[in-house]
Ligand binder design. Structure first.
Ligand SMILES: *Cc1c(COP(=O)(O)O)cnc(C)c1O
Length: 304
């Protein structure tokens, strides 16, 4: 993500619009290149950045929009690209969670100027350690990214830019190449598991199942519910040895390290409210129907 921002020459005094409801790296990378993250609230149903609120955040310093395809569901790229074109902004898609997802049939991460992938073990295509990748349809940007990832050198020992050491480790690449052919099947299995949850849990009034935008095809990196008494449910599921987690308990605009940005609680109410109500339950491809029934029965039991 740092490489993507550097390739687009985003740095000091620039602003990048993004979502507060995401993993830290999204805004961390913007800060890292010396730019300022500007947070725009999310939609209450899809958890993704609300396109209707983007234009109000644009200033003469805005250089780019960085939408996140959260939990595997693409943000509304049609509206985001339209706003970017209108205002001459770059678009970097943080597609760490959405490899293979689609919006209007287009592959997520290939719609904006640059898309970024993460191969952290918890992603749908996970390595055995860290790794990532930039995607672009622009040959010039591709060449620049390749150069920036080896300290900006080309030819060897001659540096046009200050890049960084950001090669994909060879051992991780070997692991990823073995796993890549299975990716589509694994994501399909996640979608099947999701369908089962939708079918079996539609009648539990205390929970809202994930809402998928009609133009989006998700890969369900997470299956995230909006629930009543979230912390109670979390403890109950953990007591019953069901793996579950909160993505994310604290939106980025009110993180301590960003206090210099001067946001305060209440500024982005949708993200703040959902941070207190979300819980993600198991969705991984190898999950069995029996295991899903167990998860569902424990959720039902809790709300009785
Ligand atoms: C995982 C993730 C990243 C990147 O994380 P790394 O650990 O640096 O690979 C970025 N953005 C989001 C939304 C993520 O989930």
């Amino acid at each position: 993500m740092v490489l993507a921002l550097k390739a687009l020459e985003i740095g000091k005094d620039d602003e990048v619009i993004t979502t507060p409801f995401t993993f830290f790296a999204t805004a961390g990378s913007i800060h890292r290149v010396g730019a300022k993250p500007v947070f725009v609230d999310i939609k209450a149903d899809t958890f993704n950045i609300d396109p209707e609120k983007i234009e109000a955040a644009i200033t003469e310093k805005t250089k780019a929009i960085m939408p996140v395809h959260l939990f595997g569901q693409p943000a509304e790229m049609d509206k985001i690209m339209e706003i970017a074109r209108k205002h001459g902004l770059k678009v970097i898609e943080d597609n760490a969670q959405g490899i293979g997802a689609r919006f209007e049939g287009k592959v997520a991460g290939t719609i904006g100027d640059i898309g970024t992938l993460s191969f952290f073990p918890s992603k749908n295509l996970g390595a055995m350690g860290d790794g990532g990748m930039c995607l672009t349809n622009n040959d010039e940007l591709a060449a620049k990214l390749r150069q920036l990832r080896v300290h900006g050198e080309n030819p060897k020992y001659f540096h046009k830019w200050v890049g960084l050491n950001s090669r994909l480790d060879t051992l991780q690449a070997a692991v990823l190449l073995q796993k890549l052919p299975h990716l589509e099947n694994w994501s399909e299995a996640r979608r099947k598991n999701a369908e089962y949850y939708y079918e079996k849990m539609k009648n539990i009034p205390a929970i809202q199942l994930p809402v998928i935008h009609k133009k989006a095809k998700t890969i369900y990196n997470q299956f995230t519910l909006i629930v009543e008494n979230r912390d109670g449910l979390l403890s109950y599921l953990k007591e019953n040895e069901i793996g579950c987690a909160i993505y994310y308990p604290k939106p980025l605009h009110i993180q301590e390290c960003f206090s210099y940005l001067n946001y305060k609680e209440g500024d982005l109410p949708v993200a703040e409210r959902l941070a207190k109500k979300v819980i993600s339950i198991p969705i991984f491809s190898e999950l069995t129907t029996e295991q899903q029934d167990y998860v569902i029965s424990k959720i039902e039991e809790f709300y009785k």
